[in-house]
Design a protein around this ligand. Structure first.
Ligand code: 2P0
Length: 329
């Protein structure tokens, strides 16, 4: 009863920041992301009577506390569904640095959902997998499918209508690129989960953010289908700035940017004015993700390096979660 799955990270073009329900991970707003080729989490799950408890290793380190609990939550859902009492060993590795600031938990959540459900003998469809991944990490619901994905907020209290749907697959827009610019190697101080909870409770702008982010998500869907790069970039940047405004206006304040983040934001606006079309987006961290097209990648990377930022990761739209026989143990 062993199975292994590979899933890619994703980057939100309109963001998720805030839960309406913590345990099931139900968001206040729909969000839209692109799944990223080459940034993978690989996860092997084995259910066996030789295990007396659930063990979870991430990048070689045994996990405890909240990290372990989040995995056990998924295992418990599956055990109940399959009528099994077996314990597991779960091993997961990411091939990209956590510092890159992609919701690293997203790829892991999607890989866990597929590997664990198969290992216990269940065959789940894409929606069921997305709902399962969501309960490990919200953004994980968007890494089940490839290409461009919308996580529907849903209305129901049981979460059965809150999952990721593919808007267009990874072949829809082959020129689309994300450049992750690493502005610092320091770990961030406030985790997204804790930060967004504070924002929901203590940001006076929260309801405005919730409403406008939902509208942005539906608009983003249209722009992706039309491949309207300019409008997409403008909306992604605007949506990101609104999310960071909410973070900053939370008590206590959440400020993820450093001086290089701000320097790069200004530079990108200037490059655009000079005719080099690119847009920024930042998540719960200081790294700047540049949204651009393949034809401009070399020039943009050159200019980013001139700003004193040496590490840049280039990503294109990638595939959804899939199984492999290359088990980690
Ligand atoms: C996103 N982020 O839409 C937003 C933008 C960070 C900023 O999803 O608590 O790791 O596991 O649901 O998914 C990061 O939050 O949080 C995130 P949980 P998650 O990509």
């Amino acid at each position: 009863m062993k199975s292994t799955a590979i899933a890619n990270a994703n980057i939100a073009l309109t963001k998720y920041w805030g839960k309406r329900e913590d345990k099931l991970i139900l968001p206040h707003q729909s969000s839209v992301s692109v799944t990223l080729h080459g940034l993978t989490a690989t996860t092997t799950v084995e259910f066996d009577k030789k295990y007396s408890q659930d063990v979870f290793l991430l990048n070689g380190q045994e996990q405890s506390g909240e990290e372990l609990e989040r995995v056990v939550d998924i295992l418990n859902i599956l055990r109940q569904r399959a009528g099994s009492a077996l314990h597991t060993k779960v091993m997961s590795t990411n091939n990209f640095p956590t510092v890159a600031g992609f919701a690293s938990s997203a790829a892991g959540a999607a890989a866990l959902a597929l590997a664990a459900s198969k290992a216990i003998g269940l065959s789940l469809d894409e929606i069921e997998l997305s709902i399962l991944a969501r309960q490990n990490s919200g953004s994980g619901t968007r890494s089940v499918s490839g290409g461009f994905v919308q996580w529907l907020r849903g209305e129901k209290n049981d979460g059965s209508d809150s999952y990721g749907i593919q808007l267009a697959n990874e072949k829809h827009w082959p020129e689309f690129r994300i450049l992750a610019c690493i502005t610092t190697r320091q770990a961030k101080k406030i985790k997204s989960r804790a930060g967004m909870k504070q924002s929901v409770a203590n940001c006076p702008y929260y309801s405005a953010w919730k409403e406008s982010a939902n509208k942005d998500s539906d608009e983003m869907k249209k722009l992706i289908l039309k491949k309207d790069f300019t409008a997409l970039g403008q909306l992604a940047e605007h949506n990101c700035l609104k999310m960071h405004a909410v973070m900053m206006a939370t008590t206590p304040s959440i400020i993820y940017w450093n001086e290089k983040t701000v320097q790069l934001m200004h530079a990108i606006i200037e490059w655009r004015e000079q005719g080099l079309e690119c847009y920024f987006t930042m998540d719960g961290g200081p790294q700047v993700k540049i949204i651009c097209l393949a034809k401009d990648v070399a020039e943009i990377i050159k200019r980013v390096k001139e700003q004193g930022i040496d590490e840049v990761l280039e990503c294109r739209p990638g595939e959804g979660v899939r199984s492999t026989d290359n088990h980690l143990f």
